[in-house]
Design a protein around this ligand. Structure first.
Ligand code: SAM
Length: 176
């Protein structure tokens, strides 16, 4: 969303089993106001699925695969960015979101399988979305909602070919 640079770093992706979940991480990030997703694995299928949505539904969300997570984090920090790792072992979201909101350039790391131990030390904040195990999609959605304080519902997606007209019943769309 305007004035912020929030990018997701997806690590631990296994193309043979995580394609759907990783695509949904990207789509959730896009819908809730983030600007892009780095994928620390080679998977053009995920990139293609997300780019297809962007071309139809607008905005300029990017997805880049084959990213090396360690250098991605290093480069991000060198550019003055801050790193949040979503993990149930971290500090609870409501206790740290106020501090996190003072930053404008944030890399949000989400895992798939067990994440490398180094990530906990490289992150500026290890953030728990409750101390219970659930999913990278739900934790990311709640993080972004708290970070943007609900303003993501007003986010615009310029250049869309299709737009939904909110309706009490039925489906209404407008083709551009
Ligand atoms: N078993 C894995 C581990 O021990 O790291 C966690 C796998 S979980 C299905 C995948 C990702 O979801 C985690 O890497 C984390 O980013 C996110 N996640 C799951 N539960 C979370 C929670 N309560 N708070 C924050 N993130 C969470």
């Amino acid at each position: 969303m305007s004035g912020t640079d929030v990018i997701i770093l997806r690590i631990g992706h296994r193309p043979e089993r995580d394609q759907r979940v990783t695509t949904h991480v990207g789509l959730t990030a896009r819908a809730l106001g983030a600007q892009g997703m780095y994928l620390a694995a080679a998977d053009k299928g995920v990139v293609q699925s997300i780019e297809d949505v962007v071309s139809r539904w607008g905005g300029d969300f990017f997805c880049q695969d084959t990213v090396k997570w360690r250098s991605c984090i290093k480069d991000w920090k060198a550019q003055g960015g801050m790193v949040v790792h979503l993990t149930m072992y971290g500090l609870n979201l409501p206790d740290v979101i106020g501090e996190i909101k003072t930053h404008k350039k944030i890399l949000v790391i989400v895992g798939a399988e067990k994440v490398p131990g180094d990530i906990y030390g490289l992150a500026d904040y290890n953030v728990a979305v409750t101390g219970q195990p659930h999913s990278e999609i739900s934790s990311l959605a709640l993080f972004l909602d708290h970070f943007y304080s609900g303003q993501e519902f007003r986010h615009e997606f310029p250049g869309s070919k299709i737009r939904i007209i909110p309706s009490k019943a039925g489906k209404q769309t407008e083709e551009q």
